[in-house]
Design a protein around this ligand. Structure first.
Ligand SMILES: O=P(O)(O)OP(=O)(O)OP(=O)(O)OC[C@H]1O[C@@H](n2cnc3c(O)ncnc32)[C@H](O)[C@@H]1O
Ligand SMILES: [Ca+2]
Length: 491
């Protein structure tokens, strides 16, 4: 019994004071950890929004982007939350029906109003950028292109958003913003990784943009960006009239040069026959404004190698005033690194199932595809829009020729081209880069970041608190003598 009492007296856990102290320490540790968690927990996510309208030559798309409000200046935070395709053709097609240009955007803008919380509307910027279709219209008739822009401007101003302007962006901007988009979405700027080039094929123009270690001989093709503390010397060029719709017009015009009204075309399937007219375009010298439209009977013969010969004729590979050129006398350093190829590069290569083939395999597949009778193609793909379907043989051949003979990709570096539509949730294209630039969301210098991420900070707090607690207990066990015990002995 006496032994038991002695053990009880020696065992500090039986004393209320010790129990109280221990409970207080435990509560202190819990409070410390809880405070660290609460203090550093991200606040309830509040998002900000931005709207960009891509007024392309073939159609307009409305993109909504969002980013956490409190992380406005952190890169990698902006993502696309919604995309809406405007019904009908691009705004340049309203040249003779101007008042409807703005109205055509109604459905998609109403959708944007619903998707973005009402209280954010007044601070949500809206930008409209028009590309090659409007560049061509401006060349064709500058007054009319101004009126079309005014029509969309007036319409967009009727919305409760923060209207930031509607303008025709330059080919250089289009290329550069596409490059910014793909590298931003891949996190290449943030991590200071090697960047990837961007290839965009639209309806009326095409862009090539990449970082080159070699000197860019022509000033108009050279751009310097300082992003996130690093300098990027970028080569970019936009070929107006070399989008896939205008390239087809160029190819038809070349073949129709002989003045015949019958066109036997190797770029269309055997059995394909249509009455067509070559609508006027500033891209095709033979059909300058006011020329009467040329009507002809378009018959397919389906031969990919002959088609490639036709396509090659729309490029000038001989004239080059620089050290080296792509085509039409345009300077281009040798392609280097990985490339992301999007828009029609993706639509067409994806349809033809060529996104992971070698250059040689792709050519063989094109031979087979182009020679397939039109009736069989229609039967095989009943749900595909007939205009696209009829043109895939031409478009595929055009893409292979543009990449190999135009930009000088080879069998060796063909695998460096990735045909992409989206990166994460966001479409590859110039719009995101445009908005990031106009809202200053990619800083020139890397902002200071906390040395530890939130999770790491909390984990370290917890571990240290536990460590101190255990140390305290150990110290007590080894050296501690309760004060009340000593008092008892004196009495
Ligand atoms: O950049 P610009 O030249 O102004 O043109 P755009 O912005 O209107 O051009 P897109 O990238 O939207 O489309 C490029 C072309 O691809 C066509 N296209 C779109 N979807 C397609 C699909 O699924 N299959 C084949 N072609 C398609 C479209 O009609 C255009 O001719
Ligand atoms: Ca485009």
């Amino acid at each position: 019994m006496a032994e038991q009492r002695e053990m009880k007296e020696k065992n500090p856990w039986h004393r209320p004071v010790i129990i109280c102290i221990t409970v207080f320490i435990a509560m202190g540790v819990i409070t410390l950890v809880a405070m660290a968690v609460v203090q550093n927990k991200p606040l309830h996510q509040k998002y900000k929004y931005g709207i960009v309208l891509d007024a392309g030559s073939s159609h307009t798309s409305v993109y909504i982007y969002e980013w956490p409000a409190e992380k406005e200046n952190n890169t990698g935070m902006v993502r696309q939350t919604h995309a809406c395709n405007v019904k009908g053709k691009g705004i340049s097609s309203y040249a003779w029906n101007i008042s409807y240009a703005g109205m055509s955007l109604r459905e998609c803008m109403e959708e944007a109003k619903e998707k973005i919380p009402v209280w954010r509307h007044p601070e949500t910027p809206v930008y409209l950028g028009a590309t090659a279709g409007m560049r061509l219209l401006r060349m064709f008739n500058a007054a009319v292109s101004d009126q079309v822009l005014s029509s969309v401007e007036r319409f967009l101003q009727t919305y409760p958003f923060l209207y930031q302007g509607a303008r025709i962006i330059s080919g250089q901007e289009e290329g550069a913003y596409g490059w910014i988009t793909v590298n931003y979405l891949n996190g290449n700027f943030r991590k200071a990784l090697t960047t990837m080039g961007a290839l965009d094929l639209g309806g009326a123009s095409t862009q090539i943009t990449f970082v080159s270690k070699q000197e860019v001989e022509s000033e108009e093709n050279s751009m310097l960006f300082r992003l996130y503390g690093n300098d990027y010397h970028v080569y970019t060029h936009s070929f107006l009239c070399y989008g896939k719709d205008q390239a087809l017009k160029l190819a038809l015009a070349k073949q129709l040069q002989t003045g015949e009204s019958q066109l036997r075309d190797p770029c269309f399937h055997p059995g394909y026959i249509e009455q067509k007219s070559l609508a006027s375009s500033p891209c095709v010298p033979e059909t300058r404004p006011h020329d009467s439209e040329r009507t002809f009977t378009h018959t397919g013969t389906g031969n990919a190698s002959l088609c490639q010969e036709v396509v090659k004729r729309i490029f000038n590979f001989t004239h080059c005033p620089w050290g080296r050129c792509s085509f039409n006398g345009v300077f281009q350093p040798p392609v280097e690194g990985q490339f992301g190829a999007f828009s029609a590069f993706y639509f067409v290569m994806n349809f033809l199932n060529l996104t992971s083939d070698s250059l040689e395999q792709s050519k063989l597949k094109m031979d087979h595809y182009c020679s397939t009778p039109w009736a069989e193609i229609k039967q095989r793909y009943p749900s595909v829009k007939q205009k696209y379907l009829a043109e895939y043989c031409f478009s595929g051949t055009y893409i292979l020729t543009l990449l190999e003979n135009g930009y000088n990709f080879t069998s060796e570096n063909w695998k460096d081209i990735q045909f992409i539509k989206k990166i994460g949730d966001s479409d590859a294209g110039w719009t995101l880069g445009y908005m990031l630039n106009l809202t200053n969301m990619i800083p020139a210098e890397a902002p200071d970041e906390p040395p530890l991420p939130h999770g790491g900070y909390v984990a370290i707090m917890v571990l240290f608190s536990l460590f101190i607690f255990i140390l305290f207990l150990l110290a007590y066990k080894l050296f501690g003598r309760p004060v009340c015990n000593a008092n008892k002995q004196i009495i």
